[in-house]
Design a protein around this ligand. Structure first.
Ligand code: NAD
Length: 448
């Protein structure tokens, strides 16, 4: 569904009226296109005294094809990224170093620039260091809300010893692939695994892998399937039989295979396990994208609306995970990825059933992550905010407009934005990214 208001802001009348009336002015976000540079300018890197990441960061950012500066450039340079290693900050007074790095350059960023702060997980430290590291979150989220023209800010907490395991995360954040990920806190190496091997080819990191995407006949699921196929995976796309025609189209387009199955049926886990084992010798990536809404305020909700939403969005996924893990259908180094929702974090009127199921997906990540770490695998989730799909096109216009505008990027995201985030989790180099829930919401003002 086209964002008519955003189209209006780029018209001659809109360009005149929008600034005069102080209306939101949604920027055109830079999105990934093969062959284009990752950022619209060089990355300026800084570090607090005693930081443990600066050297690795410089190497990783350079390897991603980005020009690296360690000193401020001349006046007219527009930075594509401002990256600060804050791991050296051991007490609140030292936060002054963070301020001193960003303050002089924050107004010199290019469109869709990236601010990335890296710290030490507060819970792994104590005293002044713990307090100062926690403070980074308020700083980063505020910078994200101040930035204009599609620029975003994120915080990455890197566990002690996981310095070399951050490359896939750095590449994702310092690229147009993270266009709609804003104001997020990511943890690397906190689940016990602190190493990760780089893929042979960063353009096709999923070569030789098999991925399963549920609910893939349209919308976000179809975009996930396309993105994982672009990255080299063979994708098994799954949807209910009623969506069979659309599902075949998606499978044909990406050279994948289609599987018609209702994931809530009692025999679904066993059927799925058999299919994946017999045809593909197991599965490397499982994306639980299928989801439904049956919105009504609690007093008006029916048993059927409660049961069906909980069943598709949560309970069936747990049954599938249990079967794939128990029977070792999920290969070593496997990835399970859940699709939660902002409603699962902030709650929403008319969505007690949906929000319970989507908060349950976060619970599923928390509960399963330690088990999978023992297995050399990971589980993470995305929590989309307002994404332009058939689901949100059906939302009443005023609510739709609020959904789009009440965010730091003042627009809805695209299905591909969710898909790119999932592809980052799926990357073999993301082995130390376990137990995360990252919102793909343009830093929506609702919720945490
Ligand atoms: P969509 O309705 O376009 O697609 C969902 C797909 O899941 C459909 O193809 C549907 O047939 C399939 N499905 C439903 N029940 C199934 C079952 N029992 N077995 C197999 N497949 C089944 O929705 P979308 O907007 O693309 O959303 C995809 C996911 O993202 C959902 O989990 C949704 O809750 C979540 N999400 C979407 C948004 C948004 O703004 N669109 C926001 C937050 C979260």
């Amino acid at each position: 569904m086209a964002d008519k208001y955003q189209e209006f802001t780029t018209s001659a009348v809109g360009k005149f009226l929008v600034p005069k009336l102080g209306l939101p002015n949604p920027p055109k976000l830079r999105r990934y296109r093969p062959g284009e540079p990752p950022l619209a300018g060089p990355a300026l890197i800084g570090a607090a005294a005693g930081g443990r990441l600066e050297k690795t960061l410089t190497k990783q950012i350079g390897a991603a094809g980005i020009d690296v500066l360690t000193e401020q450039a001349g006046d007219d340079t527009r930075y594509g990224a401002l990256v600060f290693d804050a791991t050296g900050i051991k007490d609140p007074e030292q936060l002054r170093e963070l301020y001193a790095f960003y303050q002089p350059v924050i107004r010199k960023v290019a469109p869709s620039a990236r601010v990335v702060v890296l710290g030490t997980p507060p819970e792994s430290t104590g005293g002044g260091e713990r307090i100062a590291q926690r403070a980074l979150e308020g700083f980063t989220r505020s910078v994200g809300k101040e930035l204009k023209r599609g620029a975003t800010a994120q915080l990455v907490y890197v566990a002690e010893g996981a310095e070399e395991a951050t490359e896939s995360t750095i590449r994702f954040l310092l690229s147009a692939k993270s266009a709609f990920v804003a104001g997020q806190v990511i943890r690397v190496g906190t689940g016990g695994v602190t190493t990760a091997a780089a893929p042979e080819n960063w353009d096709t990191p999923l070569a030789g892998k098999t991925a399963l995407v549920t609910g893939a006949s349209r919308g976000i699921g179809a975009a996930i399937a396309e993105t994982l196929a672009r990255d080299g995976a063979h994708v098994v796309v799954l949807d209910i039989p009623a969506q069979g025609a659309d599902l075949s189209q998606v499978a044909n387009k990406i050279g994948g295979s289609a599987l018609q199955l209702d994931i809530t049926s009692a025999e679904a886990p066993a059927k799925l396990a058999a299919h994946l084992t017999e045809r593909h010798g197991g599965v490397d990536i499982v994306v639980h994208n299928a989801g439904i809404t049956r919105d009504k305020t609690l007093g008006n909700l029916t048993d059927k609306a409660w049961d069906s939403v909980l069943s598709v969005n949560l309970v069936s996924q747990l049954a599938v995970n249990d079967k794939l893990i128990a029977d070792k259908v999920l290969n070593t180094g496997g990835r399970i990825i859940g699709v939660s929702s902002m409603a699962g974090i902030a709650g929403n009127v008319g969505q007690t059933n949906y929000a319970a199921s989507k908060a349950g997906v976060i619970g599923m990540v928390d509960d399963t992550a330690p088990r999978l770490a023992d297995y050399g695998a990971t589980i993470n989730a995305v929590a989309p905010g307002f994404i332009e799909t058939q689901m949100t096109a059906a939302v009443p216009i005023m609510i739709r407009e609020f959904g789009r505008r009440l965010s730091a990027l003042s627009q809805g995201g695209l299905p591909v934005d969710v898909a790119e985030t999932i592809a980052w989790y799926a990357n073999p180099a993301s082995a130390a990214v376990n137990g995360n829930v990252v919102r793909v919401c343009g830093q929506a003002f609702l919720g945490a």
